[in-house]
Design a protein around this ligand. Structure first.
Ligand SMILES: [Fe+2]
Ligand SMILES: [Fe+2]
Length: 473
């Protein structure tokens, strides 16, 4: 049962932590480690307080509270969506059975692994973004960065809660490891490649929140279907917070494109770098990079592990209950990306179960098209001919069928030498990155904004753009 959260408690929660002293003590002893991680690996810009959303409940109405808080005093809490007493497992061999409230012994290590991999990405992104505050284009953007950071911190709490509550000593050890691995570390890097890349500038941040955080949304969507009910309910609530992260990415890129389009039309040139903007071809290169590394996060086109997870009920499909099939998939098939016998980029048919990574990546790709459409509407509205687009799935891949080959954004295979010679046409070069970084000068004055980005259409929680979202020290 969920209970009303108690904000007088050390760890706000709706899981009746007070009723389980052992668990409460375990989490209370993890909490100082989390805080010292936050102090040493979290945002570096000193602030007095930030206008932040804090999760205080899970109900349809009023689940969050807004107010200025010192970030160190942010109330990272544990919130699971309401338990649905009628819920049934929606797929796999246990379809139709009641979901599990405890971890079945035979799935213990797989479930722990899935939770650890998800949990590892949450603090990783905070680490990747830690220096961005120093170059924020406005107080509004600075606030959004910190909002994303504290919520990723809360998502770590969510995963650590599951590890502590359901996986015994091994779970507690994994929870410690989640604070010991660090993004980009030589000795103990984060588990997934994209989470070891730095986020050095705000264009990268917006692309990251659009493309890479969106991968997280899709992974959470599959875990929300899990037969392990506490995991399902945890992810369901995390998805609520993710919606804001997606908004930050979508509208962030909107505003960069809008500003670039303004500069292009008012000066009648594509060469907006000299006018303090980010050229459209540089935006396209950043898009190409972030999209292609995010496609890698979905893993290989085929996976027997993922097939087994599905059959066992550990991890479902995106919007499983909207699929019109038997939800077991034992006799279905799917087309997946592959190289054909001549080494040409193509597709091949495999059993649907082993192709589930491809299914999820397909859903993700469709979603990403939505962003490109809206950015192109901005260009069209400005009367410009140029358009942005998603590169081909074979472009710049390090994982899966196309990892061993090189291809253009149009999906034409290239010899390695030609790729080396031409990749600067499609991926950010040192010159591009240096230009983007040169624009990253902080605008920390209320109501002001950097010249390379347009102001947002709306503020946060009904506040105007010129609201004092952040008080610096
Ligand atoms: Fe997250
Ligand atoms: Fe996120």
């Amino acid at each position: 049962m969920t209970s009303a959260p108690d904000y007088a408690e050390k760890i706000p929660n709706n899981v009746d932590l007070a009723g389980d002293r052992r668990l409460q003590r375990a989490l209370e002893s993890w909490q100082p480690n989390f805080l010292s991680w936050w102090e040493s690996m979290g945002p570096t810009l000193p602030t007095r307080d930030v206008y932040l959303r804090t999760a205080v409940n899970v109900g349809r109405e009023g689940w969050a509270h807004f107010g200025h808080v010192a970030m160190r005093d942010y109330r990272w809490g544990i919130f699971l969506a309401e338990r649905d007493p009628d819920r049934r497992i929606g797929f796999g061999e246990h379809r139709g059975e009641p979901p599990w409230q405890k971890v079945p012994g035979e799935y213990r290590s797989e479930l722990r692994r899935l939770i650890v991999i998800q949990g590892d990405t949450e603090p990783a992104s905070v680490e990747q973004q830690r220096n961005l505050g120093a170059t924020a284009p406005s107080l509004y953007d600075l606030r959004n960065l910190f909002q994303v950071n504290v919520e990723e911190g809360r998502h770590l709490w969510a995963m650590v809660y599951l590890l502590h509550a359901y996986f015994g000593r091994e779970g507690r050890e994994e929870a410690e490891e989640l604070l010991h691995r660090n993004s980009g570390s030589q000795d103990a890097p984060r588990i997934l490649g994209a989470f070891n890349e730095e986020t050095p500038d705000w264009l990268s941040f917006f692309m990251f929140t659009y493309f890479t955080d969106r991968d997280g949304k899709y992974q959470l969507g599959t875990l929300k279907e899990s037969a392990f009910d506490p995991l399902s309910r945890t992810c369901e609530f995390m998805l609520k917070e993710e919606a804001h992260h997606m908004m930050v990415g979508t509208t962030g890129v909107d505003r960069v494109v809008e500003r670039t389009a303004q500069l292009m039309t008012s000066h009648d040139t594509d060469e907006v770098a000299a006018r303090g903007g980010i050229p459209l071809d540089v935006i396209q290169k950043y898009l190409n990079f972030h999209y292609s590394v995010s496609l890698d996060l979905f893993g290989g086109e085929t996976s027997t592990n993922v097939a087994n997870y599905y059959t066992a009920g550990l991890k479902g499909r995106w919007l499983e209950d909207r699929r019109r099939d038997d939800h077991r998939l034992t006799s279905d098939s799917i087309m997946v990306d592959a190289l054909d016998e001549d080494g040409q980029i193509g597709q091949t048919e495999v059993a649907a179960l082993v192709g589930l990574n491809t299914d999820l990546r397909g859903e993700y790709i469709n979603d990403c098209q939505g962003g490109v459409k809206r950015w192109n509407r901005i260009l069209e509205g400005a009367g410009l001919e140029s358009r942005l687009r998603l590169p081909h799935v074979a472009f710049n891949r390090k994982v899966g069928a196309f990892a061993g080959i090189e291809a253009t954004p149009d999906g034409e295979r290239l010899p390695a030498q030609e790729w080396e010679r031409r990749k600067g046409e499609w991926l950010p070069t040192e010159v591009d990155k240096t230009h983007v970084r040169s624009l990253m000068r902080p605008v920390h004055e209320r109501g002001k904004i950097a010249a390379w980005i347009a102001p947002p259409r709306n503020g946060i929680n009904g506040k105007p753009f010129d609201y004092e979202y952040v008080h610096l020290t």
